[in-house]
Ligand binder design. Structure first.
Ligand SMILES: Cc1cc2nc3c(=O)[nH]c(=O)nc-3n(C[C@H](O)[C@H](O)[C@H](O)COP(=O)(O)OP(=O)(O)OC[C@H]3O[C@@H](n4cnc5c(N)ncnc54)[C@H](O)[C@@H]3O)c2cc1C
Length: 285
């Protein structure tokens, strides 16, 4: 049984922001993190602000210079979007590997970005897209690069009176390769042990864009910037890929837990970054 809780049910974004500004409540999107937390004794006595009636936060738009996903869009809706596999292949793969059908139907991209989990599966792909998030409070909005949004374990730059209202990114360079791999005990419905996303673009036989993001191997999902710098402007040889994968692994700080040892996470980070960089280099045209 869930403990009793107060619930407000705004129908518009301004109404929700007003309740949030009063400092009373915590946003409730799909509830796939909040309800298990509540059952586990966390967030007791909080008022929840149900976002399910706010349709203006539930959309996907593909424009020439920008792809935008509203925060209340579910993981299933991203998976079903006919243009997403082409526009953001790694994000499409991440949502395809996400939980089971029931959770995907309820869980939202906003909840995934806001829960601050180091294993949140949409985050690596969105980081390698160089995505930004829109944070909105009653007095206005600001945009923040996702690379910089996470401060520490379950800590973000979002203030308590702000809602994450959307995530957006520029379309990837034509011919670029965008990959994601989730290592877990099972496909779907399992927490990521090691997650890797890469984006590689090639110009005149050299690497013009290199982005690498890692999940579940540090307190937050993060971009491996030092490894990316080693690749830019270079032809990716097996030796360079190996050294960049080592640099990415050196930036990780995994822990032992009931799913994996820290050492296994380090070994699989190195192996998966190598594998995805090689694949992406060969796919990029
Ligand atoms: C069985 C099961 C399997 C799962 N599998 C996966 C998986 O494979 N991959 C994965 O990444 N996760 C997984 N999860 C975790 C969870 O489903 C996701 O993180 C999901 O995206 C959370 O979204 P939600 O809408 O349910 O968030 P909620 O539970 O509603 O909210 C989560 C947090 O975000 C805040 N929040 C939500 N929306 C906003 C907003 N717009 N603005 C500000 N704050 C907001 C809430 O206040 C809360 O703190 C799983 C969970 C379960 C129960």
């Amino acid at each position: 049984m869930l403990p009793a809780f107060e619930l407000s049910q705004p129908k518009t974004l301004p109404e929700a922001l007003k309740v949030l500004a009063a400092g009373r409540g915590l946003p409730l999107a799909g509830g796939t993190v909040l309800f298990p937390d509540l059952r586990g004794g966390k967030e007791k006595g909080r008022e929840f602000i149900d976002l399910s009636g706010i349709d203006e936060l539930r959309y996907i738009t593909h424009e020439a210079k920008r792809i935008t996903v509203g925060a209340r869009t579910t993981i299933a809706e991203i998976l079903r979007d006919p243009a997403m596999a082409g526009a953001a292949p790694a994000l499409h793969k991440a949502v395809d590997n996400f939980a089971g059908t029931m959770v995907r139907n309820a869980a939202t991209v906003g909840g995934n970005l806001c829960c601050g989990s180091p294993s949140a599966d949409t985050v690596p792909a969105l980081l390698t897209l160089d995505a930004e998030v829109e944070l909105t409070r009653a007095s206005g909005s600001r945009t923040v690069p996702l690379d910089g949004y996470y401060l520490d374990y379950k800590k973000t730059v979002k203030k308590p009176d702000e809602l994450l209202t959307s995530v957006f990114w520029a379309p990837a360079e034509p011919g670029s390769a965008h990959l994601f791999f989730k290592l877990a005990r099972r496909k779907g419905d399992a927490v990521t042990v090691t997650g890797v996303s890469v984006m590689i673009a090639k110009t005149d036989g050299k690497c013009s864009t290199a982005r690498i993001a890692l999940s579940s191997v540090a307190p937050t999902v993060f971009r491996a910037h030092s490894a990316e710098e080693m690749l830019k402007g270079q032809k990716l040889t097996p030796d360079l890929i190996e050294r960049a994968a080592q640099a990415a692994t050196d930036q990780s700080s995994p822990i032992d837990d009931n799913r994996s040892s820290a050492n296994y996470r380090r070994l699989t980070t190195q192996a998966l970054v190598c594998r995805l960089l090689s694949q992406a280099w060969h796919q990029a045209s």
